[in-house]
Design a protein around this ligand. Structure first.
Ligand SMILES: Cc1cc2nc3c(=O)[nH]c(=O)nc-3n(C[C@H](O)[C@H](O)[C@H](O)COP(=O)(O)OP(=O)(O)OC[C@H]3O[C@@H](n4cnc5c(N)ncnc54)[C@H](O)[C@@H]3O)c2cc1C
Length: 468
């Protein structure tokens, strides 16, 4: 006997949880199946040697005032019936795009970036303002258009290639699955979410967001099974007729939403192509170093930097590197440097994310892997020295703990093909698959990041579970 559900959701990441809330809220008998033992997917947390670490959170994008009722983030929370105050959000101080010889600062006040562009690129400011306004008025319906290259599109606004690269750097690092380019729709979404809106974080980190979302799902009677991977989706007559679990159980469902990714989900239906080998597997993977210090980075010179998007090379390249880690560019996140007010973190953290080569990291033996992690941890710490304010350059004391993840870690815990955080370069914007009752939701439906995946869960559940 197999149990029957109205909706079965593969994955307890942010998109799976928010889709689950929408379905359960409207009385659908809903189950979320998650292979890992912790919720959150790419956006999770863990404990090591008595310390708690966030995995996915540098910053939540799309920060707006609670009064802006039409803003995306506030709309998502209304759909989920989540009280924004429960997230205890605090804003970034300010962030920086750091290229050789030029810095552009930006904050949750979009006027800052405009004034920085005007000062550093006076000949480009009119074009930059036109770009910003075009993005503000960009029709929502055009966001769904098939892939178009932003490299071509942006030339009507920006003629200085150096400024073009500086604009691309944070938008690619926080949301592009495509090498050295972006889909125009994705570029518009990321520009709005980072430059027009801004960064925040729950004061307690990602576990607070996950706790609030999970509690909401539970209150609505949603069922969640952890350590319960989906092994296979059986297709019959153009539909998914059965869901075979890794523990040997079997269930059925009217609708199946998969947050596992595009090649990963097709791999479950069994077209004979392993997700890693699929032509649609993502190419972009990352490593991240985490250094915990006994005091806060702002006290040793980082000032108001919350996040620094850096590039040390003549040309910014956002592609799968030939080296294990590309040291030429990356993102430095200082999680203690948000507006904590009278609730500061007890320890300082410096997180550095760089592009990394999946095949190299996944090809190492266990012993070589550990040695490579040690080697690249040190090299990454040294590579960010030019970005550090003068006073910190010889700062070497106070380091109390370190950790590092690689594409191998991402793949192991989330099963993303090729460890690609932003998934496949081919996005399925309508979420449909060739099976009538199987829909993609989350990263490969085309909405990236924490807020993007929450939005995707809501949109796909509304469209195919509640209306369908
Ligand atoms: C290091 C890092 C830093 C990041 N920083 C930020 C940031 O600062 N801001 C931001 O907005 N975003 C950030 N992100 C990205 C953000 O975390 C993701 O875009 C978002 O969480 C994706 O959510 P999702 O629901 O689409 O997919 P996922 O989180 O990948 O969820 C999919 C789930 O499906 C499960 N699954 C897969 N296969 C199966 C199966 N066969 N059976 C059962 N379960 C399965 C997985 O275990 C996973 O839990 C970061 C990510 C990482 C890794």
């Amino acid at each position: 006997m197999s149990e029957h559900y109205d909706v079965a959701i593969i994955g307890a990441g942010m998109s799976g949880l928010t889709a689950g809330i929408r379905a359960a809220h409207f009385g659908k008998k809903t189950i979320i199946l998650e292979q890992h033992n912790a919720p959150g997917g790419l956006n999770s947390f863990y404990a090591k040697d008595g310390r708690k670490y966030d995995v996915g959170l540098h910053a939540m994008t799309n920060f707006v005032s609670p009064k802006e009722r039409r803003a995306v983030f506030n709309k998502i929370l209304r759909q989920l019936r989540i009280n924004r105050a429960d997230l205890d959000l605090i804003e970034q101080k300010s962030s920086r795009i750091a290229f050789p010889g030029t810095n552009l600062r930006f904050s949750n006040d979009e006027a800052l970036l405009e004034s920085e562009v005007e000062a550093a690129f006076p000949g480009q400011i009119d074009g930059f303002k036109r770009l910003s306004e075009t993005i503000r008025d960009y029709p929502d319906s055009d966001l769904e258009l098939p892939y178009r290259s932003t490299r071509e599109w942006i030339k009507q606004f920006i003629s200085d290639p150096f400024l073009e690269e500086m604009i691309f750097c944070p938008l690619m690092y926080y949301g592009s699955a495509v090498e050295d380019d972006m889909d125009v729709g994705q570029f518009v979404i990321m520009f709005r979410s980072i430059f027009h809106e801004g960064f925040s974080r729950p004061v307690e980190g990602i576990r607070l967001l996950i706790r609030v979302v999970l509690q909401r799902y539970r209150e609505l009677g949603g069922i969640r099974k952890m350590k319960t991977g989906v092994k296979r989706l059986v297709a019959e007559g153009g539909r998914i007729s059965r869901i075979i679990l890794e523990n040997g159980d079997e269930i059925t469902a009217d609708s199946v939403l998969s947050c596992a990714g595009y090649p990963e989900t097709y791999g479950l239906v069994g077209d004979g192509v392993a997700p890693d080998e699929s032509e649609f597997a993502g190419q972009l993977a990352f490593s991240e170093t985490i250094a915990v210090y006994e005091d806060l980075p702002e006290t040793w010179g980082w000032g108001d930097d919350t996040i620094v998007f850096f590039n040390n090379a003549d040309r910014f390249e956002y592609r799968n590197p030939s080296d294990p880690v590309d040291l030429r560019s990356g993102v430095i996140c200082l999680p203690s440097n948000f507006e904590f007010g009278d609730r500061p973190l007890k320890e300082g953290l410096v997180r550095v994310t760089c592009l990394a080569n999946h095949d190299t990291w996944c090809g190492y033996s266990e012993e070589d892997y550990r040695a490579a992690k040690d080697e690249w941890f040190d090299r990454i710490q040294k590579s960010i020295l030019p970005m550090m304010p003068e006073v910190t350059r010889d700062y070497s004391g106070g380091l109390v703990a370190t950790d590092m993840f690689t594409p191998r870690t991402v793949k192991k815990f989330t099963r993303r093909a090729r460890g690609a955080i932003y998934g496949s370069p081919k996005k399925i914007k309508d979420g449909r698959t060739e099976w009538d009752n199987l829909f993609l939701c989350g990263t490969d439906q085309g909405y990236l990041g924490i807020v993007g995946s929450m939005l995707s869960g809501v949109v796909v559940a509304n469209q195919y579970v509640l209306k369908g």
